[in-house]
Write a protein that binds this ligand. Structure first.
Ligand code: SF4
Length: 364
């Protein structure tokens, strides 16, 4: 046995009981490169999730977009950079948000994200109206908001009073130079300030970290430990970079699912009690077993989804997915497939496997 492997064994043995240090997190990212070590990392990440975090695997609903994106030039990885008409130029109306909220509440999920683009001049009014619209038809569903650095301290206080559970502020990448390269019109300082305001207000903080878009292992570690300074951090989505055709980053290499999972599993050894989800290239229902193995306990875009018709593409959809068009919005519910997948990994999905799964099979 080499010294290198012993080091990994020692770190993972410690991680079973307590959070690991930055040096230990870096050693795991650098040195775990074999199927055996990956298996050990995933085993410990799963155990830490099962012992410390919410043991059910939660599916959120999604309604978006609720705000346009007004930053120009757009982020270089975003579909808006392809110059085509996109969902962010045609946000949902209040009536469409209400229709979506009814459908999502009927699906059984307990939490919904209302998401949209960044409005540097302030999106408070639109977001507050959207929250009230959801509450007016689905008062019991919990809400989280993701609209970039578009909310003031006053907006956050109102959102808290309205019962919003979490608000998102993401750096995506920790290195300010990489941030400026991929998000030329955005402000890392505004995002840091918003994260601090969310935390101070006592709202749950969601903050996304992107893998495969220019960050080093050291930067993933700094990012994970910077997030430890927020006592109200409640949700950490880890996304894998997907090059979008016709954007400036279309030729950049796609993130690898195993690397995203490895970063996520190390994140679980640092952030033991919060919800961890994956995104970007990981938003493929067939990758859910990898999410579960890497310590995740929540998914954003794998449940019921409301979006502008034609504004949200998926390469292949499993046949049991429910799709409906209502006026100019589309409803897609992945739960019949994704809850079945999670149940087959041995975790209990929340909501439970819907009856419609049985119906779908009976028709075959
Ligand atoms: S802020 Fe979001 S929607 Fe706007 S350009 Fe950047 S990634 Fe796209």
């Amino acid at each position: 046995m080499t010294g290198k492997t012993e080091n990994i064994e020692e770190i993972l043995a410690k991680a079973e009981k307590q959070a690991i240090s930055p040096d230990e997190a870096l050693a795991l990212l650098e040195e775990i490169n074999s199927p055996q070590d990956l298996n050990d990392l995933f085993r410990v990440a799963s155990e830490v999730r099962d012992k410390n975090a919410d043991p059910r695997f939660k599916f959120d609903g999604f309604i978006g977009t609720i705000t346009p994106c007004q930053i120009n030039p757009p982020c270089r990885f975003c579909g808006r950079s392809a110059g085509k008409k996109d969902a962010f130029s045609n946000p949902l109306s209040i009536e469409e948000i209400q229709t979506g909220a009814r459908l999502i509440a009927d699906s059984g999920v307990k939490m919904v994200e209302i998401g949209g683009g960044t409005m540097p001049g302030g999106a408070g009014e639109k977001v507050i109206a959207a929250v009230k619209a959801v509450k007016s038809v689905a008062p019991d569903i919990e809400i989280w908001v993701n609209v970039g650095p578009s909310l003031s301290k006053e907006d956050l206080l109102i959102l808290k009073e309205l019962g919003v559970k979490e608000v998102c502020s993401s750096l995506e990448v920790y290195n300010p130079e990489v941030f400026a390269r991929i998000k030329p019109s955005d402000s890392i300082d505004a995002r840091i300030k918003l994260a601090e305001e969310i935390n101070r207000t006592g709202l749950g903080l969601t903050s996304v970290m992107m893998v495969g878009v220019g960050s080093t292992h050291e930067e993933y570690v700094k990012h994970l430990f910077w997030l430890r300074s927020f006592e109200n951090l409640s949700h950490l989505p880890i996304t894998g970079f997907r090059p979008v055709p016709e954007t400036p980053l279309e030729k950049k290499k796609m993130a690898l699912s195993i690397e995203v999972a490895k970063v996520g599993a190390v994140a679980r050894l640092v952030h033991r009690e919060i919800d961890i989800s994956f995104g970007g290239i990981m938003n493929d229902p067939q990758l859910l077993p990898l999410w579960v193995m890497a310590g995740a306990n929540r998914a954003i875009h794998m449940g019921p989804h409301i979006h502008r018709s034609g504004g949200w593409s998926r390469a292949t959809l499993p046949p049991e997915i429910i799709t409906k068009t209502v006026g100019k919005i589309e409803y897609r519910n992945f739960l019949p497939f994704t809850t079945r997948m999670v149940e087959n990994t041995g975790l209990r999905p929340d909501p439970d496997l819907p009856e419609s799964h049985e119906i779908a099979e009976a028709k075959l």
